[in-house]
Design a protein around this ligand. Sequence first.
Ligand SMILES: Nc1ncnc2c1ncn2[C@@H]1O[C@H](COP(=O)(O)OP(=O)(O)O)[C@@H](O)[C@H]1O
Ligand SMILES: [Mg+2]
Length: 280
Amino acid sequence: MTNTTSVPAVDIHGVSRIFAARKGPGVTALDDVSLTVAPGEFVSLIGPSGCGKSTLLRLVADLDVPTSGSIEVFGKPARQARIDQDYGIVFQQAGLLPWRTVAGNIELPLELHGVGKAARRRRAAELITLVGLSDFASHYPDQLSGGMQQRVAIARSLAESPSLLLMDEPFGALDEMTRERMQNELVRICAETQAAVVFVTHSIPEAVFLSNRVVVMSPRPGRIRSIVSVGLGDVSGRGEGLRENEGFFHSLSEVRDLLHGDDAAGASENQAGARGVETR
Ligand SMILES: Nc1ncnc2c1ncn2[C@@H]1O[C@H](COP(=O)(O)OP(=O)(O)O)[C@@H](O)[C@H]1O
Ligand SMILES: [Mg+2]
């Protein structure tokens, strides 16, 4: 048997994605991107709007296929990992079924994969506790706040105990206070589940607070400009106090400077792109 500790959670090798246009050369969304994510590691992708963050996440999830290059998830082709349900996925919109309760929504993936009723109930109850919604198991989505709905989406993505979570701006639609609370929660959840995370965000503080490494991408064509290792210790040990920490501010400015590297060149298109990123 292979030693699973040495197999990366995600291995992206020389990946490009070109979207064909009806006329002309098409859009190069990603150009020669390579990135390895270790098991249990938290990696954020940050960059201006349209730089290919969602495209990259979709490729890892096998919701799209690269034009060239390869992607492996736990040593398997992305397609196989999807079939094996090796990852959970969370988008900006919770995407809950309005006619199902909180518990019913969390049970859905288990139901689709033939898990028996009693086991489903048990697992849903566990996850509801994990995401702090114990009093809301039989509520319906429209009775919940945006933050609570996102908790349900996170619980649902964890239903099958994936070793990898793919998150595309999961807190992007939440107000700032809820967002910080959700970040604190996510740190705790990741410590409990030991899952690796690939996390797409527009927010520099969010990326730094959550990540072992922050991948800074450049606009069109999407490439990795730089990777910042956040030297703030184990992600699982991070708490509210970290946001006032000097090392935190140091990493913020490091990421910010890398993101705004374009502006020095004075290209107006790049400046417009950089505005898509929250620097505060
Ligand atoms: N299905 C698609 N067809 C054509 N172009 C696409 C498609 N998906 C994304 N793109 C283009 O690829 C680029 C990257 O998009 P995306 O990955 O959504 O960026 P981000 O998530 O960083 O904002 C953009 O220029 C976008 O218009
Ligand atoms: Mg996106």
